[in-house]
Design a protein around this ligand. Structure first.
Ligand SMILES: Nc1ncnc2c1ncn2[C@@H]1O[C@H](COP(=O)(O)OP(=O)(O)O)[C@@H](O)[C@H]1O
Ligand SMILES: N[C@@H](CC(=O)OP(=O)(O)O)C(=O)O
Length: 564
């Protein structure tokens, strides 16, 4: 979006971030003439965070901000020196830091890589984020005098006190946060409302406390560490509370801060995952559930590190969610595209946006098991040898709503699809899977419009009402999307096998979609059939030996199913 700031007759047009161009935030800011005072304040703020580099036409600005112009050469040199200092990111999720015992194990695990100078990114301890959210919801209706008694607040206090005591760390590292948390819950109880902005502030206590405890413990055992709150070191995001997106200005800011501190006084950085700072509001934001993965890959790209390690409670990315199908097996190698697709279609193991910085920076991501560090895990890179690859992973997304939309106008009507999609855009509802013909359209709606919230009935009613102005609509609930993530070159083989299995098990596929990338084939079935379907597909693709064109040509089955 081109915006103009008017100041005493001078015009300073500049590029402001929008959803579409947010990645061209401050570093590509351009202006002519003399900007207004408020505009200077904005620039100054960005410059303080190290987020601003002045390039090209910069009349007046350099003198005022004293900013050094970084040309391409400077930038390359900085990246080189970053690479020589800190070597990798190690992100540990909630299950990896769930107790004092686990924290001790993680500390030993980090020390078992003496050749690394890692940056540690942590999530909140165990289920703390869920408990904070529940506490916030209870506070809305419980009255100020009862806010201190909220069960989840007691869990959080007890867990964090017990942990610091068992680690032999002083309670003072978290006492202020716990007091402030209680005050915040009282405030929510008084206001009787929990805005998205307050919700983000509320959940930030989880990561703020886990990182303080961990850094204090490392220091206690003689390993020099320094705690950082992401929102204070340049994680600049959109102001979409509960689902904020990292802005481009983050990379230089974060790199500069972590690198400069390391050079001045080397200490292992321990950074809060999941959190950022809204660029307009300057308030704490969160990156969506599971967002610490994205924090880790952002740091990896910012510093141009050798590797990003994401430590989980499973042996890497598996052929499907082990909580749905326990015989799932680790996938040794994946491409960024496969991993992104898998995450987007609901595999909880990785945050949906987390592959983006890794792909852009071409930094390998290794997914490892903190309970079983010897397991090789999964290596995610730009490319891999696909000669043997058929299916990589099966992902299940439950409780999806499907819509069948048939145009009430004539065949060949111009703009039908555009009208349908503009309705979803206006209502702010994202669409997952789409299949179209000339006059009809089937699609599925994301069950979590925002990661934190289910699509509610009222919103569905609004969708139906709007669509009925231009089409006949059938709303089908309780559907599942089964996504087959696999080799682009073998999609026909995957389809052939999949349909044979489904036909054998008498499972009726209600919609099918294959994206342009062809990495992902999506099948829609009834929720009640989904698990049976996963089991059958998994057995065929991963438990019955190598899948080849030769072991059964079943094109006829596919044709039968499609025709019926
Ligand atoms: N394809 C998959 N591979 C591995 N784990 C998966 C997959 N799909 C879903 N999961 C779930 O993701 C969980 C790990 O992710 P998450 O809970 O975010 O870890 P952490 O909190 O440690 O970062 C696993 O316990 C598993 O149940
Ligand atoms: N604590 C946040 C962020 C996060 O990344 O958690 P985990 O790594 O445990 O999924 C959440 O629960 O969403």
């Amino acid at each position: 979006m081109e915006a103009s700031l008017l100041s005493g007759g001078f015009t300073a047009p500049c590029n402001f971030p929008t959803q579409q161009n947010q990645h061209s935030l401050l570093p590509s800011l351009s202006f002519v003439g003399f900007p207004s005072r408020s505009f200077f304040a904005l620039l100054e703020n960005a410059a303080k965070n190290g987020a601003l580099r002045v390039k090209g036409s910069k009349k007046g600005i350099q003198a005022v901000l004293g900013q050094r112009q970084l040309d391409e050469e400077d930038e390359e040199q900085e990246n080189d020196s970053y690479a020589n200092a800190l070597t990798c990111v190690m992100k540990f999720g909630g299950s990896s830091v769930a107790s004092a015992e686990r924290i001790k194990e993680i500390a030993q695990l980090i020390l078992s890589f003496p050749e690394e100078n890692p940056i540690i990114v942590l999530s909140a301890m165990g289920k703390t984020t869920n408990n904070l959210l529940l506490a916030g919801e209870k506070a809305v209706g419980c009255g100020v005098s009862n806010a201190s008694e909220i069960k989840e607040l007691s869990f959080i206090k007890e867990l964090h006190h017990r942990t610091v005591d068992e680690l032999g760390v002083d309670r003072s590292v978290i006492s202020e946060h716990l007091e402030e948390l209680e005050q915040l819950l009282k405030g929510i109880a008084m206001m009787k409302e929990l805005t998205l902005r307050t919700r983000d502030y509320l959940v930030s206590f989880g990561e703020c406390m886990s990182t303080r405890i961990f850094a204090a413990y490392l220091n206690k055992i003689g390993v020099k560490a320094r705690q950082y709150d992401a929102f204070d070191i340049g994680f600049i995001t959109t102001d979409d509370f509960t689902n904020a997106d990292i802005l481009e200005a983050t990379y230089p800011a974060v790199a500069k801060r972590l690198h400069d501190d390391w050079i001045a006084d080397p200490a292992i950085p321990v950074v809060t995952g999941f959190l950022g700072k809204g660029w307009k509001s300057c308030a704490v934001t969160t990156l969506g559930r599971g967002g610490s993965d994205l924090s880790a890959t952002t740091i990896g790209k910012a510093l141009g590190l050798r590797e990003i390690q994401v430590w989980k409670d499973v042996d890497g990315v598996l052929t499907c969610d082990p909580s749905i199908y326990p015989s799932a097996k680790p996938v040794p190698v994946l491409t960024f595209d496969e991993a992104a697709e898998l995450a987007y279609f609901g595999a909880q193991v990785l945050h949906p946006q987390s592959m983006r910085p890794a792909r852009e920076g071409d930094i390998p991501v290794r997914v490892k098991n903190s309970y079983n560090p010897k397991a090789p895990g999964t290596l995610i890179t730009k490319t891999r040898d696909m000669t043997e690859a058929v299916l990589t992973s099966i992902v299940l997304k439950r409780n999806v709503t499907m819509l069948d939309i048939v145009s009430t106008r004539m065949l060949g009507q111009v703009g039908f699809l555009a009208k349908v999609f503009s309705i979803f855009e206006d209502l702010g509802i994202s669409v997952d899977v789409v299949a179209t013909s000339e006059v009809s359209l089937s699609l599925t709606l994301d069950p979590a419009k925002l990661w934190s919230r289910d699509l509610i009935q009222q919103e569905l009613d609004n969708v139906e009402e709007e669509l009925e102005k231009i089409a006949r609509v059938k709303l089908l609930q309780h559907r599942s999307i089964i996504s087959l993530i696999g080799n682009v070159q073998r999609s026909s083989l995957i389809l052939e096998k999949a349909f044979h299995v489904l036909r054998t098990h008498d499972i009726n596929v209600q919609m099918i979609s294959q994206g342009a990338s062809k990495v992902n084939i999506s099948l829609i079935v009834n929720d009640s059939e989904a698990e049976r379907c996963i089991e059958a597909l998994h057995q065929t693709f991963f438990e019955s030996g190598k899948v080849t064109e030769e072991n059964g040509s079943l094109a006829d089955d596919l044709c039968d199913v499609l025709v019926n």
